[in-house]
Structure formats: C-alpha cells, structure tokens
Write a protein that binds this ligand. Structure first.
Ligand SMILES: C[S@@+](CC[C@H](N)C(=O)[O-])C[C@H]1O[C@@H](n2cnc3c(N)ncnc32)[C@H](O)[C@@H]1O
Length: 247
C-alpha cells in the first residue's frame, strides 16, 4: 500500500514538473573554485540543492572560527562547509549518530559520532581538549526534523553560540511535497511542522513558513526561505541594534 502511494505521488510529481518547471539562470564560472564546485553540485536537484550556494554565502560572510554541523549523512552541507571553512580558516565539527567519518577530507574537519543533544554537554570539554574556542560561530541544524528533538537541540546548543553567532536550520518547511526555486516539485514527508514549531515556541511567535519572511525576535534577525523544504537563518544582533528597536 505504501509502495503504491509513493508510486502515485511520484507520477503526480513527474506530470507536474512537465508543466510547471520554470528553468533557472545558468551561471558562467565565477573564478572562485570553491563556489564554482558548489554551483556545479547545485545543478543536480536534491532536497538541499537550492541551499548550497546560500549556505556558502552565509558561511563566508560570517567568517566563523568554529562551524558546528549537526547532521552529516551523505555530506551535502559538509561539501559546502568544507570549502567555505578552507577560505575562512575555520575549524569544522560535524556530529551525527551514524558513522559519517569518510564525508570530508578537510584537515581542520572533526567528526564525532554521537547523539547531538548528548554531545552538547561535552562540547566545552571537547573544545578545551582540542584547544579550540569554546563557542560556536555558525551552528547548522539538519537532523531528525522532529519537534521534540529540535526543541532539545535549541535548548542544548543555543547557549553555546557566540555573541555574534549564526544558526541555520534546514527543513523548516517540510511536507509531503516540496518545491525547488525553479518551480519543480518533489516528494518528501510530513514532520507536522516539527522544526518551525520548535522555533516558534522558542521565540514565542507564529510564522507561515510557506512564504519567505524576515523577522526580528529576542535579539535575533530571522530570515526564511520556503523552497527546498525550508532554510531559516538566524543572526544574533548586536545590543546596539536591539536597543534602537526598543527605542
Ligand atoms: C537530513 S540528514 C543530514 C543531511 C546533511 N546535512 C546533508 O546536507 O547531506 C539527517 C542526519 O541527522 C542524523 N541524526 C538524526 N538524529 C540525530 C541525533 N539525535 N543526533 C545526531 N545525529 C542525528 C542522521 O543520522 C542523518 O545522518
């Protein structure tokens, strides 16, 4: 029965894509090898392909000393972080409960096989041992996409993010179907708004994740893109900006 349902969904997807895919701009080479490799990878549509270049841009612009990636799997996001980290001289730490130790060749890459919430408690000691800063400049969360687990990740990891740090979530708009930026559609699963709901609860507000939005909540600038299952970027604002907002 499940197989049949999937077959029907995939047929619907194929038919939909014949009529509604808009195509996208094909870029010349930029001359920055790392970015060109990422653009080339993004040409193969996946549930994360639209976010590869934005993830590179966000990383490069925040010049992180330490990047922490929660959820590695086949290494789509790791591919981007590896390249951005090399340009910024960052250390990259990836955590996954499965063994993903072969996902990256970057010399400053560390992989820890662990439950991410459990590891958060050991994070400072781990950093001390490795003589690394004990704060995360860029935290990327892309794991179970379940509400309770995401809420635990927020509680465990947000206090470890540095004063001007950035947090990026994938799958903040997960449902049976998702759309790429070029209008084409693919099949996913319904997580009952698990990730975005955990964020809404943390910030005490409501969003419609089907649309792009920018918001400011509790000293964070929050930017959201709905396509490819959702990509939400949180930047800690300086006290100056937060004071002006209140004034
Ligand atoms: C969606 S995949 C990650 C995709 C990856 N970021 C990429 O771009 O290719 C989710 C990963 O999270 C891991 N994961 C799920 N729950 C976890 C947990 N509690 N702690 C650590 N890793 C977890 C899974 O093993 C899986 O590899």
């Amino acid at each position: 029965m499940k197989q049949l349902k999937l077959k029907i969904l995939l047929m619907y997807r194929d038919l939909y894509n014949v009529f509604f895919t808009r195509g996208k701009q094909s870029l010349e080479k930029t001359g920055l090898k790392a970015l060109d490799e990422i653009i080339a990878r993004a040409n193969k549509p996946t549930d994360f392909s639209d976010h590869l270049v934005p993830l590179f841009n966000e990383t490069l612009l925040c010049k992180p000393k330490l990047i922490v990636e929660l959820g590695t799997r086949g290494g789509e996001s790791t591919f981007v972080f590896e390249r951005a980290a090399e340009l910024c001289g960052s250390t990259l730490l990836s955590i996954d409960m499965d063994d993903c130790s072969g996902s990256c060749a970057y010399p400053k890459w560390n992989f820890v096989k662990s439950d991410d919430v459990a590891f958060a408690k050991k994070f400072k000691a781990w950093c001390r041992n490795k003589q690394l800063p004990r704060q995360v400049d860029l935290l990327f969360i892309d794991t179970s996409h379940l509400y309770e687990h995401t809420a635990q990740e927020i509680q465990a990891w947000f206090p470890l993010v540095s004063e001007n740090g950035k947090v990026i979530f994938h799958d903040t708009n997960l449902a049976y179907f998702y759309f790429h930026a070029d209008g084409s559609m693919d099949v996913a699963w319904d997580n009952q708004r698990g990730v975005i709901r955990a964020l809404e609860e943390y910030f005490g507000c409501c969003w419609n994740e089907k649309f792009a939005f920018t918001d400011v909540q509790n000293g964070w600038l929050i930017r959201h893109q709905p396509h490819c299952n959702g990509f939400t970027v949180l930047d800690r604002l300086s006290n100056n900006v937060t004071r002006k907002r209140r004034g």
